[in-house]
Design a protein. Structure first.
Length: 80
């Protein structure tokens, strides 16, 4: 539902800001960029009140990371 999408969207913004503060520059040399995104994505679901098993967390992260790492979610502006 839109309510759940809105809740996760809001939670993502909070998780993103928090992860940026805790691990600046997408983890810099402390962690990989992929691990940085794992922390951020999983916090988003946690903050939205979504309880996932460890296997579900890994599956959700892999799907989201794969999707947003591809060209499928992006498009050029008409004037580009």
């Amino acid at each position: 539902s839109n309510t759940e999408v809105d809740k996760i969207s809001h939670s993502f913004k909070t998780a993103y800001k928090e992860t940026c503060v805790q691990h600046p520059c997408f983890g810099n040399s402390i962690m990989s960029t992929k691990d940085w995104w794992r922390v951020c994505v999983l916090k988003s679901f946690e903050y939205a009140g979504v309880n996932l098993t460890p296997d579900q967390k890994e599956n959700v992260f892999r799907r989201i990371y794969s999707l947003f790492g591809s060209h499928a979610t992006y498009s050029a502006f008409p004037d580009a």
